[in-house]
Write a protein that binds this ligand. Structure first.
Ligand code: SF4
Length: 73
């Protein structure tokens, strides 16, 4: 699983940091840091964070996961 954050969109609302603090962190006022790779244990939190982002800047890519059907559309 891979995580991409469109930092041009990100407004530093920190919703993701609040929901998945192991994966996202804010450095200073608005520089978002994140781990591009996360493990299964984080999945739920990362998905919640992606859903909660007010500007939909968080994209989760499951394409490297052989057990899951590719997401189409
Ligand atoms: S929730 Fe979205 S806008 Fe807010 S810090 Fe995270 S990625 Fe950026």
């Amino acid at each position: 699983m891979r995580l991409v954050v469109d930092l041009n969109r990100c407004q530093g609302f920190a919703q993701c940091v609040f929901l998945a603090p192991d994966v996202f962190s804010l450095h200073g006022e608005e520089a978002l840091l994140f781990s591009p790779r996360f493990d299964e244990a984080q999945r739920d939190r990362v998905e919640k964070a992606a859903a909660a982002c007010p500007v939909q800047a968080i994209l989760v890519d499951y394409s490297d996961e052989p057990t899951v059907e590719p997401h189409v559309g």
